[in-house]
Design a protein around this ligand. Structure first.
Ligand SMILES: Cc1cc2nc3c(=O)[nH]c(=O)nc-3n(C[C@H](O)[C@H](O)[C@H](O)COP(=O)(O)O)c2cc1C
Length: 258
């Protein structure tokens, strides 16, 4: 009974959502795009400190592809750069009081809560896209290349690119990707840290699931195991340290005190 209700409701839609990395090139109407962004806006909000920039021109799409190197950018029907927007927030705050928190040296809660609300907004856009029959992909390149996007779009202080959302016609039907078991996510009346055994068990399950799909080879052209892939991904090498230092100082310089 519950299973059928789930399948027939939005829960079924959420359970069958996958990140789509192969799109069939097709146009998207302004009406649909507006509907998706408005649905994003109907998510729970805090200061609505976000902006979505639709990269619509061929030239900007090409620049986004050159910046991120992700092929799906060229096939997507819409390329949206989603930003945390403390520029808008500052103008808004100024209209209310000149002694607002954005003048402080740090406002950690607002930074974190704004990132949370952007996430909720983005997820609403993902769900709206799914409901309308489109597939989606998020790209971390928005934040890693925030300096490049700022320059490209001449973004003012306080507007920090966070992620890129691709929306498009699905050209693949991938299987489920791994998730940690519920007991490592849901804690009742307290908190239980995971053990290295939990981590090993998760890695083993994830390894099998992703290998069945040929995930790493297909999407990252990586021939090793998932643990080898993650070891590279997590590695705090010199290059990563330098790029993180640059990223932190860029974000601070652009008016968001993280
Ligand atoms: C903040 C964020 C950034 C992501 N960045 C990328 C990315 O740059 N490239 C990519 O292929 N997938 C990216 N993803 C998608 C994840 O890889 C994907 O959601 C995860 O592997 C689970 O797969 P599923 O979405 O199909 O369930 C990102 C997801 C999130 C939440």
């Amino acid at each position: 009974m519950l299973k059928r209700r789930v399948e027939q409701s939005v829960l079924g839609l959420l359970a069958s959502r996958r990140s789509i990395r192969k799109f069939r090139k097709s146009p998207i109407s302004e009406e649909i795009l507006h509907l998706i962004v408005e649905t994003g806006q109907s998510a729970p909000c805090y200061f609505q400190a976000y902006s979505v920039i639709w990269l619509k021109s061929e030239q900007l799409i090409e620049s986004a592809f050159e910046t991120c190197g992700t092929e799906a950018i060229k096939q997507a029907s819409a390329v949206l750069l989603v930003c945390v927007d403390f520029n808008k927030l500052e103008t808004f705050a100024e209209t209310v009081t000149s002694e607002h928190f954005l003048n402080l040296d740090a406002y950690p809660a607002e930074v974190l809560l704004s990132v949370l609300e952007v996430g909720l907004m983005v997820e609403n856009m993902v769900i709206a896209s799914e409901a309308l029959g489109y597939g989606t992909l998020l790209l971390d390149c928005g934040i890693y290349e925030c300096e490049r996007f700022t320059e490209l779009l001449k973004l003012p202080n306080g507007v920090i690119p966070l992620t890129i959302l691709l929306i498009g016609e699905k050209d693949e039907n991938p299987p489920p990707r791994p998730r940690w078991p519920l007991e490592t996510v849901l804690h009742v009346d307290g908190y239980r840290p995971i053990t290295s055994k939990d981590a090993e068990k998760y890695l083993e399950t994830a390894e099998k699931l992703l290998a069945r799909e040929g995930y790493l080879l297909k999407y990252a052209n990586f021939k090793g195991s998932y643990s080898e892939y993650l070891a590279e991904r997590f590695n705090a090498n010199k290059e990563l340290r330098q790029s993180y230092n640059a990223l932190s100082s860029f974000i601070r310089k652009h008016g968001v005190k993280v």
